[in-house]
Structure formats: structure tokens, C-alpha cells
Design a protein around this ligand. Structure first.
Ligand SMILES: C[S@@+](CC[C@H](N)C(=O)[O-])C[C@H]1O[C@@H](n2cnc3c(N)ncnc32)[C@H](O)[C@@H]1O
Length: 442
């Protein structure tokens, strides 16, 4: 949904922009702007196609008589495929460059031996350098979101009583994130107490958590240059990328590319039909549901603007299953990842529903399990039991309506940005439930 930008930049962003340009960042036909509800983002400064040149008929002569529509040869016009922004490798902060960013860190060998995640190492570096006036990246450090901003935006920072108001699909993602964060913080505390260079470092948890959130919401992934590092996990190749981290997310966005020589670039897709001046320009952070966007980044998209949105039903379904049902599902590769969208439930949910209806442990399951496997292989369409399956799905989804009934008043009491985003997500969840119910045979 378009949000009218404020094009006048707060002074620290103007200073960052000057620093970025001086240090090799390319900025073409775009600029950062304040976008209410989304912090800062990037807007276009040109349109596509360009406005028609003024004609003689509408009086377009300069006072001195020269034709103002004569093309200016200096700058190429905005067109599909134009590189809008590029950040050189020298400004990226990642596992390869983190010692330049934060020389106080233990050596690479020591960090590798410690097995600490790259996310935690980048967060530690950011936390140490946060207030260093002499850091080369100072202008960029000055524009990172503040701790109070994260506290309002990101569920990780909310009180437990507020976190509990999230729909189960979002809450289960948050639980995983909380475990990941706690593990990283524990590893960092161990590192600080066992590393002579760092024992004097006073690192309050609040500062580390702020840095961990900054890394989580602002990193991109790059491909390693050295083949031996290709065996490492994707998380090892997280990189912070000044300027390109101004781009907000949409389901489809500009093309983002990385090369070790040139760094990161953002290019306008070749099929871009039109852009108006001041339109926001996006990149895509990936194929993410709104629950994921809410937990990881602190915002959701309107449902008709998120082609990847769905509802993960695992937290509702998996706790209700008999342990031997879990074993059967795992053996067939059907354990977990049960989803629904407004068109209905996925095939995996059909499979788990049929499994949930088998009376496991009663001695009557043999024949039913054979039939279940025939359904998985497509040898039995499963029409005979479709109505009981649909009844089961309806009952499970009714649990979501019930949960909203329990939390509705408390969400209203939370209010503010937090309360609003939780309520909006619940409304989207209930619309998915309605959509599924419409397609059920019972
Ligand atoms: C990489 S930063 C983008 C720049 C950021 N808006 C800023 O002010 O610095 C990612 C953060 O931007 C915000 N964001 C990104 N895409 C958004 C969107 N489509 N709507 C609202 N907020 C968005 C979220 O707060 C997210 O955590």
C-alpha cells in the first residue's frame, strides 16, 4: 500500500548518505526517505517511462529561447535493468571483514574454534563498536534503529504476557527465535569470560540484544569465494550492507546480486512496467509468511500484497497426535509443516488429519494404516472419509476462533503499534480460517 514519503532526511541520515557516496556507494534515480509506518525506505527520484518532453504547444521555451526539452547527456534515464544502488565489498561487515570493523575481537581461528554462530559474532562486534566515536562505519552505526524502536517493533522484546497474545503460528516461530537468541547470548558470555582480550568488556545483555536484533533485521546473504567455506552453513554468509539495508520488503522486489569484486547491487527488474517519482522501491527478503515477517522483522503486509502468506498449523496439530502417529508420519516424510491458506489446507494436512483419525494403539489400526499409505501414494483418493477429515479440520480451526475470543480484550488493552499489529495478524488468520471453512464438505 503506498505511503506518502517525507523526503527531507533527518540530519544523521544525510551525514550517512554523504559518507556512503564518498566511500563508493552508487545511488541512481533513488533516495532514502522517511516512510511513515516503515521507518526509512527508498523512493524513486525519476519516473518510468520518463515524462514526455515539454512541447512547443505548451510553451516550453526558456527565456533565452533555447528548447528546455533538449536531452541532458550526462545521466542515463531510469529504465528496466538500471542499477539503482551498489555497496562496494569494502563497506560490507561479515565474517570476512569483521576484524576490520572490530579489531578487538578474538582471532578468526579462535572464533571458528569456539563454534559461535556468525549472527552472534556480528552482534558482538556491533555491540562493542556501538559507541566508538572513531569507528570507520560511525555514520552507519548512527542510523541503526534504537533499542526503544526494537522494543516496540519486535516480539522478541515484548513482555511474555504480550507475546502470548500472538496467534499460535507466530508464537511458535517466536519460541524458536527465543531459543536461538538465548543460545547465542550464552555462547557470547562464555567467550567474554574465557578470552583475555575481552574479559574487561562490560557487555550488558540489553546492548547485545539490540545488536542481535540489528543483525537479524538487516543482513543479506552472500556466496562464499573459497570452495572450502562452501561447506559451511548459509548462516555463515550473513553480511551487513550499509545503504542497501535501507530497502524495505515486498513479495516481489528489485533484483539483488552479489559479487566479491563489486559487492552488492540492486537492479530494477527488466519487466518493471512503470514507476512514478516518489514511489517506494522494494527488494524481497524472501518468500515469507506474515507470521515470519512479524517475528523476524516486526511488520506484516496486507494479505493481498503477500503472495507467500499462509498459516502454519503445526502448533495446533502436532501436540494432539499419538506418539506412534508421529513415527508413522516421520517414516513417510509427512511430519510437520502443515499449512492452510484461504483456498484450503495443504496436502500434508490432509495426510495428518487422516492419521489423527486412526485409533492408534487399539489393535484396529493395521488396515487403516494400509489405507492411509494408499492415500499418500495417490492410489486411494480418500473420498470415503473426506467428511470426517473435514469435520476434524473444522474442529481444529474452531480452536483458533476460540483462542482469539480469549485474547481479543487483552490485545485491545495492549494498544499502540504492538496491539495493532497483533490484532491485524489475528484478523488475517481468521480470514484464512473462514476461507478454509468455505471449502469444507461438512
Ligand atoms: C533492512 S531494514 C529496512 C530499513 C528500515 N525501514 C529502516 O528504517 O532502517 C528492515 C526493517 O524495515 C522495516 N520494514 C521492511 N519492510 C517493511 C514493510 N514492507 N513495511 C513496514 N516495515 C518494513 C521493518 O522494521 C524491518 O525490520
Amino acid at each position: 500500500m503506498p505511503r506518502p514519503p517525507h523526503v527531507e532526511l533527518p540530519h544523521q541520515h544525510q551525514e550517512f548518505l554523504n559518507w556512503a557516496l564518498e566511500n563508493g556507494v552508487t545511488v541512481n534515480h533513488i533516495r532514502p526517505a522517511v516512510l511513515p509506518g516503515a521507518g526509512l525506505g527508498i523512493i524513486a527520484t525519476s519516473s518510468l517511462p520518463p515524462p514526455p518532453p515539454p512541447s512547443i504547444a505548451n510553451g516550453s521555451f526558456n527565456l533565452n529561447g533555447s528548447d528546455s526539452s533538449a536531452p541532458t547527456p550526462k545521466r542515463r534515464r531510469l529504465s528496466p535493468g538500471t542499477t539503482l544502488a551498489a555497496t562496494p565489498s569494502s563497506l560490507l561487515v561479515n565474517r570476512d571483514s569483521v576484524h576490520r570493523f572490530c579489531p578487538r575481537l578474538p582471532s578468526s581461528a579462535a572464533l571458528t574454534a569456539s563454534n559461535i554462530s556468525t549472527h552472534a559474532i556480528l552482534a558482538l562486534a556491533l555491540a562493542i563498536e556501538k559507541d566508538n566515536p572513531n569507528n570507520f562505519w560511525r555514520p552507519w552505526l548512527d542510523i541503526l534503529p534504537t533499542a526503544p524502536e526494537f522494543q516496540e517493533l519486535l516480539p522478541l522484546f515484548w513482555d511474555v504476557s504480550e507475546q502470548d497474545l500472538l496467534p499460535p503460528s507466530a508464537k511458535s516461530l517466536l519460541d524458536k527465535q527465543t531459543i536461538k537468541y538465548a543460545l547465542d547470548w550464552r555462547e557470547i558470555q562464555n567467550l567474554l569470560s574465557n578470552t583475555p582480550e575481552l574479559t574487561s568488556t562490560d557487555l550488558p545483555e540489553d546492548t547485545f540484544k539490540w545488536a542481535w536484533a540489528a543483525v537479524n533485521t538487516r543482513t543479506l546473504y552472500y556466496k562464499p569465494e573459497t570452495p572450502e567455506r562452501e561447506s559451511s552453513t548459509r548462516d555463515d554468509f550473513m553480511t551487513l550492507c550499509p545503504f542497501i539495508d535501507y530497502f524495505n520488503h515486498s513479495s516481489t522486489g528489485c533484483h539483488v546480486a552479489f559479487s566479491h569484486q563489486a559487492g552488492y547491487s540492486v537492479t530494477l527488474p527488466v519487466d518493471t512496467p512503470r514507476i512514478n517519482e516518489n514511489d517506494e522501491i522494494f527488494v524481497s527478503y524472501g518468500c515469507h509468511s506474515n507470521d515470519f515477517l512479524l517475528v523476524e522483522y516486526g511488520f506484516i503486509l496486507p494479505e493481498d500484497e503477500n503472495r507467500w502468506d499462509d498459516l502454519n498449523l503445526d502448533p495446533l496439530l502436532t501436540p494432539t497426535l499419538h506418539p506412534s502417529a508421529q513415527t508413522q508420519l516421520e517414516e513417510e516424510g509427512f511430519w510437520g509443516n502443515y499449512t492452510a491458506d484461504r483456498n484450503g489446507v495443504c496436502y500434508r494436512t490432509q495426510a495428518v488429519a487422516r492419521m489423527a483419525l486412526i485409533p492408534m494403539g487399539t489393535g484396529f489400526e493395521e488396515g487403516l494404516l494400509l489405507r492411509w499409505r494408499r492415500f499418500l501414494r495417490g492410489e486411494d483418493a480418500g473420498e470415503r472419509e473426506q467428511h470426517v477429515v473435514d469435520e476434524w479440520v473444522r474442529r481444529v480451526l474452531a480452536g483458533l476462533r476460540g483462542r482469539w475470543g480469549e485474547v481479543e480484550r487483552k490485545v485491545a488493552e495492549v494498544g499502540g503499534q504492538k496491539g495493532r499489529v497483533v490484532e491485524q495478524r489475528w484478523m488475517q488468520v481468521l480470514r484464512i480460517v473462514e476461507g478454509v471453512e468455505k471449502g469444507l464438505v461438512v
